[in-house]
Design a protein around this ligand. Structure first.
Ligand code: ATP
Ligand code: MG
Length: 177
């Protein structure tokens, strides 16, 4: 019998509690979940400060912290490609087979829809705070970012000196002409 397998994609810059909530909720609907880390090749910019590998570390540790059965998910880094029209095939090449996509991103929805793949828009949890943009903004401002991410992600972000990196990147981008 075919497995009921779904795909969820996020850049996870960084992993936050909204990602963990949507993963927990989606796992109630599917047998297995493929978690794609988008723009995996990007790092060291204001909106994409962390490497694909650092994001894999954050996600693995957070899923363990939340006691999510490791036999129920796959973490797959997904590099961007230049051609949107070929992107669905590119994702399918890199991932185990799946029958539906969970996304709130309108371009991702459109591209999968055009490839006859059903998509589901999962609800957003506390989106006002649980957003990558908000976490990065608070890191830049030395505000409370720790409460927006799982404890294990705080540890990874401290290990890689994330606040220092984000503040340095921002200063560099401001001074560039
Ligand atoms: P950024 O602000 O950097 O774009 P983000 O918070 O939007 O970060 P992404 O890494 O872009 O997070 O991942 C987007 C996907 O993660 C969405 O399509 C959605 O499925 C999920 N997601 C993000 N935030 C939440 C949230 N608060 N509640 C539920 N799902 C979320
Ligand atoms: Mg986003």
């Amino acid at each position: 019998m075919n497995e009921n397998r779904g795909l969820l994609i996020g850049r996870m810059q960084p992993v936050h509690k909204g990602h963990l909530s949507v993963i927990q909720e989606t796992l109630k609907e599917v047998d297995e979940l493929i978690i794609g880390i988008g723009s995996a090749e990007k790092s060291h910019t204001d909106s994409n400060p962390f490497t694909g590998g650092e994001r894999i570390l954050m996600l693995s540790k957070a899923l363990r912290e939340y006691n999510i059965d490791p036999s129920r998910y796959y973490i797959i880094p997904l590099e961007d490609i230049a051609c949107n029209s070929l992107w669905v095939g590119h994702v399918k090449m890199l991932t185990p087979p799946f029958s539906k996509v969970y996304t709130g991103n309108s371009l991702v929805k459109q591209l999968f829809h055009e490839n006859n793949m059903p998509y589901i828009q999962p609800p957003l949890f506390n989106r006002h705070e649980y957003s990558g943009t908000e976490v990065r903004h608070r890191m830049l401002e030395d505000d409370d970012w720790q409460s927006l991410v799982p404890e294990s992600v705080v540890e990874v972000l401290e290990e890689i000196q994330a606040v220092e990196r984000i503040q340095k990147l921002h200063k560099r981008e401001l001074s560039e002409i």
